[in-house]
Structures are given as C-alpha cells and as structure tokens.
Ligand binder design. Structure first.
Ligand SMILES: [Zn+2]
Ligand SMILES: [Zn+2]
Length: 440
C-alpha cells in the first residue's frame, strides 16, 4: 500500500482526535473521579457503554464481569488489530481506610480508547480498508485483593486472578493477530522532556504467602513454653536480605515482603500466628523458579530453627513482558514522526528500556504479538496518592494518535503483518504450564 495513502488516512484520524480534545479532557476527569478496583468496575463500564450508545456503536458487555468490547470490520477480511485498555484502579490509604484511586493511570487508557473509537467511527475509515480493528476495555489488571478473587474463582465467577488471564482462558484473544496498548510512565525528573517509551520490557512475578504457626504463652510467666510466630517472620525477613546478595543484578530480583496477618494480638502473649506475603519479581521464568525454590528453603529453615510450623503457597502472577520486536520497530517509526511533527525536541522518546514493574500484558505476549507504548503526562508517582494528570494532551491525545497510526500501518502494510503461527500451542502451554498454577 502506498505510504502517502496511509499517511492521508492517519491525518484524517488525527484531525478527528484533535477536534475531540475538550470532550476527551471531560471524559478523563470523569473516569478519574470514579475509581473502582478490579472486577468491581460497574460505573466505569456504564460510563464506557453510555459513550458508545451515544455514538451508536454496538458493543459486547460483561466480559470478565465488567469488560466491554466493540469492533469495526473493514471492507474485506484481513489482519485483526486489537487495542486494549485497563480500566481498574488501585487502593490507597485515605483517612486510615483503603480507598480506590486511579494511581496507575488506567482511567487515561480508558479515554485513549474512547478517543480512538470516536475517531474511527466519525471518519468511517474502516469502510475503505481491509481487516478489522477491535477495542477492548479490560477489568482487573492490578493483582490485588487476592483472597477475594480466589473466592470469586472458586464460585466460578472468574477463571483467573486477572482480567486478561481470564479472557485468554475464555478464548477472547484467539482471533487477535496483534494487540496494541499504552501505559503511563513514572515521571523521571532527570528527563523532563521525555514523552514516550517504546519497547520497554517488564519483569514477571510470583505471589508467595508464608504462614508461620507457633504456640501462645504468657510473655512473663513462661515465654519459653510458647513458640513465637512473629520471630519466624522476622528471622525470615533478615535472612531474605542476605539471600538477595546471592543473585546477580541481571536477574533483576525485587522482593519486598509485608507482614499481612498476625504478628500478635495481646502484648502480653507470645504470637502464635504470622503471615508474610510478597511478590517475587525477576527478569525471566528461570530466575523466578530458582529464586522461589531458594526462598522456600529459607522459610522452612527459619521455621524449623524456631520450632514453628510453616506453610507456603506460591501462585503464578504475571509472565515477564517482552514486546514483539517487529511491532516495536513499527511503533518507533511513528513515534519518531510524531515527535518531529510536534517539535518535541531531541531525546523525546526512548527505546527498549527495562522496568521493574509487571503487567498481565506479559501473559498475552506469550501468545500473541503485543506492543505497549509508554507515555508521560503525570506528576507524583505511579501507585501513590500524589498521582495527578498534568499533561492531558500527551496522555489522552498523543497516545491515541500514535496507536491509531500504528494500527493503520498494520492493517495496510501486509509486509508488517506478523503472526504467531503456533498460537494455539502457545496458548495451551501457557494455560498448562503457568495459569494452572493458580488452581492449586
Ligand atoms: Zn499498576
Ligand atoms: Zn497499570
């Protein structure tokens, strides 16, 4: 396909998105004001559906409980691009209580998709080109409220702890050729003129829960007759700091356990119950397995030394996320082009960095080519109560412009249409070797 023709279509989409600016900002404020944690996104889903209804765009609802999907078919069959947004919020402490808050920027992604849907509908571009573009609003990216989700899973409401994991298992990505997404970046004061990242990889993680069981006893009369579960947790925390030193930096091990239960109820009684919980993050699956095994030995040894009982549960979290190199290359071309057009200056974007964060995009990337474009536009820190949106044009608009350009390239340039021919084998391997671990 002639590149000038593709660029002409991109210009039409850009014009539509730029005209939508005020409405995008209004929607941004609205969705930011109604944060809901994963699998509870009722108001968010209603807000999305209200927009689609107003624009007369049919959609499927209630996917992974509150997910929404709509699709535009092209003039003939072809490549299928799926653009996804996370829609859930996190919990922060407010007035001493856990309170939902959009501190990971998922409300921005929601608006980026609405922005794109409006533009594709308004320009009717798909009527002129082959293939299909779908937009998927997906619940529950943050791996939190795990005990509650385990109960929902046992009750058959969800098949996995995260939204994308559930949707993969239910077959909702079986017909996707490529998946495109975006995510806000943590502000970096050393790089104030940075606007985008392309190709950043994320770590994978396991979730571990370690229960120490002891015996209670009077702390004054006969402490020696008790067995102190808090000591088991405390000894383990110290030992973990030393064990960390035995892994090379390239494993990118990150381990920050919390005492999530127990540790004592009465100050005059030896605590008989303590629970440590942690994510274990690392760069690849081999490192995750190796470190997990060593940690199990550590917890069991600490417990045995203090004559405590110990139970360990290890659950798969998210796979490491490696972005598809062909998609990264394509995205880099469009990012370079837009940065030039907007005169964003030198070093406005970075390529192939690594991040210690994790996401369920990692799981998707094991099955289908995935791209996640990073964009700046906030102040404060991601996952903190200081998170606020400070550059709405970059956040809501430029991200939508870029994802649209990349999608058009994929739909119209057959030489760029990568596919994983062994997708079904990849999915079966993922379900059996990784996700099945959430069942035990
Ligand atoms: Zn997050
Ligand atoms: Zn996030």
């Amino acid at each position: 396909m002639d590149q000038a023709y593709i660029n002409g279509l991109w210009e039409k989409i850009k014009a539509s998105i730029r005209t939508f600016r005020e409405e995008a900002f209004r929607l941004g404020s609205y969705f930011f004001s109604i944060p809901e944690t994963g699998f509870h996104e009722e108001m968010t889903a209603r807000g999305i559906c209200d927009c689609l209804e107003k624009w007369q765009i049919p959609c499927e609802k209630n996917l992974a409980l509150h997910g929404v999907r709509c699709s535009f078919a092209g003039r003939e069959e072809g490549y299928h691009v799926v653009i996804i947004a996370d829609i859930d919020a996190l919990l922060i402490q407010k007035d001493g209580k856990p309170t939902a808050f959009h501190s990971c920027g998922h409300s921005i992604q929601t608006v980026v998709l609405l922005n794109m849907i409006h533009a594709f509908a308004e320009t009717k571009i798909m009527e002129q080109i082959p293939g299909r573009i779908s937009f998927f609003f997906i619940p529950a990216e943050e791996f939190i409220e795990i005990e509650e989700r385990k109960k929902m899973k046992a009750a058959g409401l969800i098949r996995a702890i995260s939204g994308k994991q559930h949707l993969i298992a239910e077959g909702y990505f079986d017909d996707a050729d490529a998946v495109l997404s975006c995510h806000v970046m943590n502000p970096d004061p050393r790089r104030p003129r940075l606007f985008f990242d392309v190709g950043t990889s994320l770590t994978g993680f396991l979730h571990k829960r370690i229960e120490f069981r002891g015996k209670d006893a009077h702390t004054g009369v006969a402490p020696h007759l008790g067995r102190n579960a808090l000591h088991g947790a405390s000894l383990s925390l110290n030992a973990i700091q030393m064990l960390k030193d035995t892994f090379p930096p390239e494993a990118e091990l990150k381990l920050y356990p919390i005492l999530s239960e127990g540790g004592g109820t009465s100050v005059n009684t030896i605590p008989s119950h303590a629970v440590l919980e942690t994510y274990l993050r690392a760069r690849d699956r081999k490192s995750l397995a190796e470190i997990s095994g060593k940690l199990d030995v550590l917890f069991e040894s600490c417990a045995r030394a203090l004559e405590l009982g110990c139970s360990i549960t290890t659950m798969p979290g998210y796979l490491p996320f490696i972005q598809d190199p062909a998609l990264v290359k394509l995205a880099a071309e469009r990012v370079e082009e837009l940065c030039g057009e907007l005169s964003l200056g030198e070093n406005a974007w970075v390529l192939n960095e690594t991040s210690g964060a994790s996401g369920d995009h990692g799981d998707l990337s094991a099955i289908v080519p995935v791209l996640q474009l990073g964009f700046t536009g906030i102040t404060g820190r991601v996952h903190s109560d200081e998170f606020s949106i400070s550059d709405p044009v970059n956040a809501y608009e430029n991200s939508a412009l870029l994802l649209s350009g990349i999608a058009l390239d994929l739909l119209l340039r057959p030489e760029k249409q990568i596919r994983y021919p062994d997708r079904e084998q990849r999915k079966q391997a993922y379900l059996h070797d990784w996700l099945a671990g959430q069942d035990s």
